[in-house]
Design a protein around this ligand. Structure first.
Ligand code: 13P
Length: 247
């Protein structure tokens, strides 16, 4: 039985002080949930929020990392740095990073592999644009994105990965994929994982849905057989995020 995982992606929001205040205000409504909860905060908030969440069972995650361990990469943060801080999760390949910062399926694969080398759990994001959905290539695309993202990752490591299916047209738009649309794409991801590895591995890997998840639609989405929780943007910054984690 896969344990559900609901992660809040705070994106570029909140100062360290604001982040700690917010984490304090919602942690009681989040902790104790059957689902694993993760707050993916800006880098500068990770330490203070981690301190605030100590003992709550709620984890923190970074929103990005570089695929090299160290070097002349001004402004970047590496997996060993996150590991040294005790950060357990890292989002890789979010569509906003692909769109605005030139990330590709290949760089996402390098990051996922490097995260695993250092014992971090990558939350690998993928998903189609509205145009691609209209062209009827959603299944082909998520299959290919999954294959490239998982390339070179051995079975034992693959089981630790979290994949977030986030259709780009649903991110921050208020237009959520229907339960059936989300289930179909998450099922596509699981089927290709079974082809790459085997059924047992595919059944172990957790697959989230992301894109305008709210308190109103979370329960339906998370009840679908291939959806193991969510990656939540806007609604993770609201006081009732705990309702989503408990959905
Ligand atoms: P929204 O929940 O705001 O649509 O954002 C989704 C997202 O990008 C999570 O990573």
């Amino acid at each position: 039985m896969r344990k559900k995982i609901v992660a809040g992606n705070w994106k570029m929001n909140k100062s360290p002080v604001e982040a700690v205040e917010f984490a304090r205000s919602i942690k009681d409504s989040v902790k104790g949930s059957e689902a694993e909860a993760v707050f993916c905060t800006p880098f500068v908030c990770l330490g203070p929020v981690m301190d605030e969440l100590k003992g709550s069972g709620i984890a923190v995650g970074a929103q990005n990392m570089h695929f090299e361990d160290s070097g002349a990469f001004t402004g970047e943060i590496s997996a060993p740095m996150l590991k040294a801080m005790g950060v357990p999760f890292v989002i890789v390949g979010h569509s906003e990073r692909r769109q605005y910062f030139g990330e590709t399926d290949e760089s996402v694969n390098l990051k996922a592999k490097k995260a695993l080398v250092h014992g971090l759990t990558p939350i690998i994001c993928l998903g189609e644009t509205l145009e691609q959905r209209k062209q009827g290539i959603t299944t082909d695309l998520v299959r290919l994105q999954t294959r490239i993202a998982m390339s070179g990752i051995e079975k034992a490591d693959a089981k630790k990965v979290v994949i977030a299916y986030e259709p780009i047209w649903a991110i921050g738009t208020g237009v959520t994929a229907t339960d059936a649309q989300a289930e179909e794409a998450c099922g596509d991801v699981r089927r290709v994982l079974a082809e790459i590895y085997d059924n047992d591995t595919a059944e172990t890997i957790r697959i989230q849905y992301g894109g305008s998840v709210t308190v109103d639609n979370a329960k339906g989405l998370f009840a679908m057989p291939n959806i193991d929780g969510g990656l939540v943007g806007g609604a993770s910054l609201k006081p009732d995020f705990g309702v989503i984690v408990n959905a």
